[in-house]
Design a protein around this ligand. Structure first.
Ligand SMILES: [Zn+2]
Length: 81
């Protein structure tokens, strides 16, 4: 399961896309081979997560802005869960 959304950097105002592959609770690591889409920012630090349909879904996280390289706090909106 993939989460993705846009976030506007609170430091420089640049909008960037982030991306996160939600781990399945029972997932075997051997099959976790999905490649990262180019040009998207990976979530850096996952905060609180909830369990939904066997996935551990993050509610908030942090990601580095690709323009100014500062850490942004991101709240993951419910519509992309
Ligand atoms: Zn920025």
């Amino acid at each position: 399961m993939i989460l993705k959304d846009k976030h506007k950097c609170k430091y420089c105002g640049e909008e960037f896309e982030w991306f996160y592959q939600v781990p399945q609770k029972m997932e075997c690591r051997l099959f976790d081979v999905e490649t990262w889409p180019e040009g998207k920012v990976r979530l850096y630090r996952i905060g609180r997560s909830i369990e939904r349909n066997g996935y551990l879904v993050p509610l908030n996280a942090e990601a580095y802005c690709p323009k100014c390289n500062r850490l942004n706090y991101i709240e993951i909106e419910k519509q992309c869960l």
